[in-house]
Write a new protein. Sequence first.
Length: 134
Amino acid sequence: MNATPGLCSGFLMVYFQKYIDVSESNNIEKTFTLIEVVRISLVAAHSKFPEAVNNEVYRTIVKKNLISQGTTAIIKLDRDSNSAVSLGFAVALMLIDSYAPSCPVPPGNFDERDAKELLRNVDILNGLNTLSIK
């Protein structure tokens, strides 16, 4: 197996598992917004596999996977489904798009440093900020 897909799939596996864990841990005392769930999940994945977003080739593979998974989630939506899953993919993609590996941060300190990209998405992010995972 090629090292690139293994690195990217490792990043995505950690991301998805953390996303599920945090989403399911929501309770009356602490409710995370969708953006918080995504950020917590990205930080967990970045701490184990920082090169998955620091390297342009790997980052492209991760982004394409998020696009594919998000599209599949939208297609599978029915009137009784929660759209938070597909929105979560969109938020993760926007945050990764605004991540600037040219200003690297230590593993696990995933942040959005490309101001131009982040501002492009700020209205969407602010709109999603109030959406909580149930």
